[in-house]
Design a protein around this ligand. Structure first.
Ligand SMILES: [Zn+2]
Length: 231
């Protein structure tokens, strides 16, 4: 199965938010993020991941897909659905038209509730339910289930860890150690920004964690999710 972003554009991408429950480190408020976010420049081509058919192509007007902006849904021959949200504009694809694996179906953008250009990408198994429609079993699954090798994108900021070997080697409890100055600066900027927003009350605790070499990869990931604050 292909990734929605073509290989030659992957170097411009940053994995900005993972699938799953996002827990705010202070409020402890939980929110289910039903896809993955990939920060990518405006107008990056997005492709069909398999052979399939366009089932939804619209701009949301409230309702269960509120926040998506322009979005597209493809139903694949293998039974999966995929959702592409925050698109630059309405896709040229008509509802019901057939698409082939690797075909460009839309362009990434920044529409809907989005704080920066990114693709919100969902994969659904056994049907297609939007957040407010879920009663018992959700249809949304972690897209990385289908792209385990891409978990390594998370590692771009952490040069002391070898993510090239794949997801199995991603040590969540490994201590973060920035090898380059800009990475460290990014960390401090993040802390400052969150503090300004009032989103981080225990700033000192976070700084001390890093200074005392106790900040783990999973904690840094949590911080990145809060920073991204995206749907
Ligand atoms: Zn998202």
């Amino acid at each position: 199965m292909l990734f929605p972003i073509e290989k030659q554009n992957l170097s411009k991408c940053k994995f900005s938010s993972a699938f799953g429950e996002r827990v705010h480190p202070i409020t402890k408020k939980k929110d289910m993020h039903r896809g993955i976010d990939i920060a990518v420049p405006q107008g990056t081509p997005l492709v069909a991941i398999e052979d399939g058919e366009i089932t939804i192509n619209k701009v949301n007007n409230g309702g269960p897909t509120v926040g998506f902006g322009y979005y597209l849904v493809i139903k694949y021959k293998n039974g999966l659905h995929s959702v592409y949200a925050h698109l630059r504009e309405l896709s040229k694809q008509k509802i019901g038209s057939k698409v082939t694996k690797g075909q460009i179906v839309a362009y990434s953008g920044n529409t809907g509730s989005s704080t920066g250009p990114h693709l919100h990408f969902e994969i659904h198994e056994g049907g297609l339910l939007f957040k407010s429609q879920v009663k018992n079993k959700d249809t949304a699954v972690d897209p990385l289930k289908y792209y385990p090798q891409l978990k390594g994108m998370l590692g771009k900021y952490l040069t002391n860890i070898n993510f090239d070997k794949g997801a199995d080697n991603m040590p969540d409890n490994q201590i973060v150690e920035f090898k380059e100055k800009w990475q460290e600066n990014l960390f401090y900027d993040t802390i400052e920004n969150l503090k300004k927003k009032g989103a981080l009350l225990n700033t000192e605790e976070w700084l001390n964690k890093y200074k005392n070499k106790k900040l783990t990869v999973s904690e840094l990931g949590l911080l990145a999710l809060v920073m991204a604050d995206r749907d």
